[in-house]
Design a protein around this ligand. Structure first.
Ligand SMILES: CC(C)(COP(=O)(O)OP(=O)(O)OC[C@H]1O[C@@H](n2cnc3c(N)ncnc32)[C@H](O)[C@@H]1OP(=O)(O)O)[C@@H](O)C(=O)NCCC(=O)NCCS
Length: 153
């Protein structure tokens, strides 16, 4: 994998087509079972591309291809603690890029004035649980097979 063309961009209209491709990949992967903040359809990619609210949606790009997707949501609904979500393309995993995107999202939340971050994760999602533990999240029980992670920024 050629890593010399990486960038993290706030999602805008220029990324609509690339995001639709990425969402299709998520849907086809079967892993939307772990990560389902919204539907992964072309229509939803279009909504994200033209979204102009307070929440933050980012793409990690390698060249023109999206290899990671990260979000901080909740401000639109009036919450002061944003909820974080992340998804890395399978081929891009295990190279520290998920962790990089997490640090970026933490910095973006901090820049917005957030003092904490929350997220929800399935207890059997070993890779994500391990990533969040490594970054210092502490967990509280949520519904059935999920926990809520919190971190002070
Ligand atoms: C979870 C996810 C974001 C990790 O992305 P990644 O780019 O592979 O992660 P990194 O390479 O940056 O690894 C960082 C840490 O994550 C953990 N991790 C990553 N892959 C792992 C695996 N297969 N098994 C166990 N731990 C793993 C480790 O703690 C790792 O640190 P280490 O390298 O020091 O061991 C990625 O697997 C993914 O997108 N999964 C599907 C979507 C998802 O589950 N999102 C979270 C929903 S709550």
């Amino acid at each position: 994998m050629n890593l010399d063309v990486l960038q993290i961009c706030r999602i805008d209209a220029s990324l609509e087509a690339a995001l639709a491709v990425f969402f299709e990949t998520i849907q086809a992967s079967g892993e939307a079972e772990f990560f389902h903040p919204h539907p992964f359809t072309a229509q939803e990619a279009s909504r994200r591309a033209y979204y102009r609210g307070a929440d933050l949606y980012y793409a990690l790009l390698q060249g023109e291809q999206i290899i990671g997707y990260g979000m901080l949501r909740g401000w639109d609904e009036g919450y002061t603690i944003p909820s974080l979500g992340i998804f890395m393309a399978r081929a891009a995993r295990g190279r520290g890029l998920g962790e990089l995107l997490m640090h970026f999202l933490h910095a973006a939340a901090r820049a917005r004035g957030a003092e904490k971050i929350r997220l929800t994760v399935y207890t059997h999602n070993a890779a994500a649980v391990s990533l969040y533990q490594k970054l210092g999240y502490r967990f509280e029980d949520a519904e059935s097979d999920q926990v809520i992670g919190y971190m002070d920024l």
